[in-house]
Design a protein around this ligand. Structure first.
Ligand code: NAD
Length: 313
């Protein structure tokens, strides 16, 4: 259990989730936002959320909800946020000009020991840290939503990020109970979205070609591959699926894999309005737009159970 100070910049959906993760591990959290009203709402909702989790028996860490809440303070002063912070997690909206401005401001006030990790899902760290004095301390630490139940964090360095900053961030994430991966260099989409987009592209092609409808193409993942992937990665899955392990798997199926892969065709233009309208219509028949909050809540409730089960695997 640590008493180090952690700063969170931005108290929206992801900033709150990080605040809960750090407080659960006993860190002192300082939550910063430009909007006072947003901070007030965030703190009230965090208190409620922590109590809900406690009542359901799914609160993380060893501290009670009230003890975790007591570890979270707030500020609207950036100078106050950075003082004595071991680490700062940035969670402001996904707009590059906002990130560029914020990192330039942080660069002026950051102490030498403080690492800054961005929650960005899309921007390479070099895009908003280039030219800064303290750029060696800055990187991406990308969570998946909801971070409280999905432990993966992608740590992505800019070309100038120090190895020490990467390793310290990795160790910090482990101390929260998260399961980080370190990318050796920055790359568009990081790892998660590169894999996710490959899946989305093929799902799109299968629906566009009229081979499967939305319900069935999603079933291929949710009732098929996804069950394995909830436990194992693609390579360990392959390793288990041939008598002689992964080398045997690719020897046996590599030729077929290349043949099928040659039929994928070009990347679809997913903004194509006719196809998108069809997919949206079918998705909305499964979950109407007004039902999305309820469906998300159900997903999160089951993710909690899945996370508990996975810890035993
Ligand atoms: P959000 O809109 O819910 O919250 C953003 C918060 O930042 C707001 O409270 C806003 O007042 C505050 N803010 C705006 N400008 C600021 C500034 N200059 N300084 C301090 N605070 C400022 O956004 P979110 O969904 O929490 O996303 C935050 C980051 O997390 C984004 O980079 C996003 O890509 C990333 N992310 C989001 C998800 C997701 O599913 N929402 C998943 C992974 C990563």
């Amino acid at each position: 259990m640590s008493s180090q100070k952690i700063g969170i910049v931005g108290s929206g959906l992801i900033g709150r989730a990080w605040a809960m993760l750090f407080a659960a591990a006993g860190y002192r959290v300082c939550l910063y936002d430009i909007l006072e009203s947003q901070i007030v709402t965030a703190l009230a909702e965090l208190g409620q959320e922590l109590r809900n989790l406690e009542n359901k028996g799914t609160l993380r860490g060893e501290l009670k909800a009230a003890e975790q809440l007591a570890l979270i303070s707030t500020t609207t002063e950036l100078e106050q946020l950075v003082v004595d912070a071991a680490y700062i997690q940035e969670c402001i909206p996904e707009r590059v000009e906002l990130k560029v401005n914020l990192y330039a401001q942080l660069d002026k006030v950051l102490q030498p020991q403080t690492i800054v990790g961005s929650s960005t899902s899309t921007f390479l760290p070099s895009r908003f840290t280039a030219g800064l004095k303290q750029k060696a301390q800055m990187l991406v630490a990308h969570p998946l939503n909801p971070p409280y139940f999905i432990p993966l964090v992608e740590i992505v360095p800019a070309p100038w990020t120090s190895d020490q900053a990467v390793q310290q961030t990795y160790d910090l994430m482990v101390s929260l109970g998260q399961r980080p991966v370190k990318l050796n260099r920055e790359i568009e989409g990081f790892a998660t979205n590169r894999i996710q987009y490959a899946i989305l592209n093929e799902v799109w092609r299968l629906v566009a070609a009229g081979i499967l409808n939305v319900l069935d193409v999603d079933r291929v993942l949710s009732q098929g591959l996804g069950l394995r992937y909830a436990l194992l990665g693609a390579l360990e899955t392959a390793h288990l699926n041939a008598p002689g392990g992964v080398a045997d798997y690719f020897q046996r199926f590599g030729g077929e894999m290349a043949k099928v892969s040659a039929t994928y065709g070009p990347t679809p233009d997913v903004r194509d309005s006719e196809m998108l309208a069809k997919i949206a219509q079918q998705c909305e028949e499964i979950v109407p737009l007004q039902g999305l909050p309820q469906r998300r809540a159900t997903r999160d409730a089951f993710l909690t159970k899945l996370a508990a089960l996975k810890r035993q695997f």
